[in-house]
Design a protein. Structure first.
Length: 62
């Protein structure tokens, strides 16, 4: 497999994407955008949970 931009040989990742070591062009695997959005939502929910927990411990308004 070759990079789409510079035609340097690249190794495809386990899920289908790659990053070219020469020009740093990135191709994301199929479905990656959906998984990224789900991950960002999960991280935001966990951050919110920790914030509320910390505020409750300190007696701050939630």
């Amino acid at each position: 497999m070759d990079c789409e931009r510079c035609l340097e040989p690249v190794i495809e990742g386990p899920e289908g994407g790659y990053v070219c070591g020469l020009c740093l062009f990135t191709v994301e695997p199929p479905g990656y955008n959906k998984r990224r959005e789900e991950g960002l939502r999960a991280v935001a929910a966990e951050r919110r949970r920790r914030t509320l927990e910390r505020r409750a411990r300190k007696g701050l308004p939630v």
